[in-house]
Write a protein that binds this ligand. Sequence first.
Ligand code: SAM
Length: 271
Amino acid sequence: MSGKLYLVATPIGNLEDITLRALKILKEVDCIVAEDTRQTLKLLNHFEIAKPMISYHRHSTEEKGQEIIEKLKKGNSIALVSDAGTPVISDPGEEIVNIAIKENIQVIPIPGPCALISALIASGIDPKEFTFLGFLPLNKKSRKEKLEEIEIATKTTILYEAPHKLIVTLEDLKKVTNQRKIVLAKELTKIHEEYFSGTAEELLENLKEPKGEFVIVIDKCPISQENQFEDMSIEDHYKFYENLGYEKKEIIKRIAKDRKVKKDEIYKQFL
Ligand code: SAM
């Protein structure tokens, strides 16, 4: 009979956040698959757990994944962990989970810390519905598409970002979020945990050389559903963008895009 694949969440800073169940599973399994074995070794040493480890990271080959699946098929139980937080969430493991499901291997999540959830609940931004986009893509076209998605988001948006890319990302967000509130949750669960709140522009003024880990939580667009624009008079549509701080040329461009008509048609109506 196949072994079980446990997806074990580990702390994102404060080691006291490990759950009792996570410790129990880490002690019980035959081996631990870790994103970075040196990082996980520190955690295991702290809790006095000794276990064989296999490394599995973003650049691991398909064969490495297959090797782990074979171990499971032979009846070994395995705990998959990432460097911090919930594995698979912007971390390696998705492929192994998918193959395990196909092979009828039982996959069991062991819930615990996750940076996006901690940031959301402490941000004060509407937590009822949200979209998690992980890290924004670096590819220009895909990045532009994601930013356009954020621009008209009807729900709270959550992003992860590396500290050295935070300023560039805030510059990009400034172009699409205008006066919307953004909360940066820094170093969650750690000694220097801190929250910064404001528009992208205000955050850029206050944060010169960001250090540490950050989650970005963005408030939804005040009116954003495309079909709502269609129901609006063209004057209200114009006012909507004017209130967001856009210049006339940009407003005309946006109205034309929202209403799927040529810019000239909109210009004519405002002449
Ligand atoms: N799987 C992890 C989780 O469950 O949150 C996320 C891993 S992802 C590779 C790393 C990113 O998560 C960081 O760049 C940062 O955006 C966010 N992050 C992780 N730990 C954090 C912390 N303690 N405080 C703020 N953000 C954190």
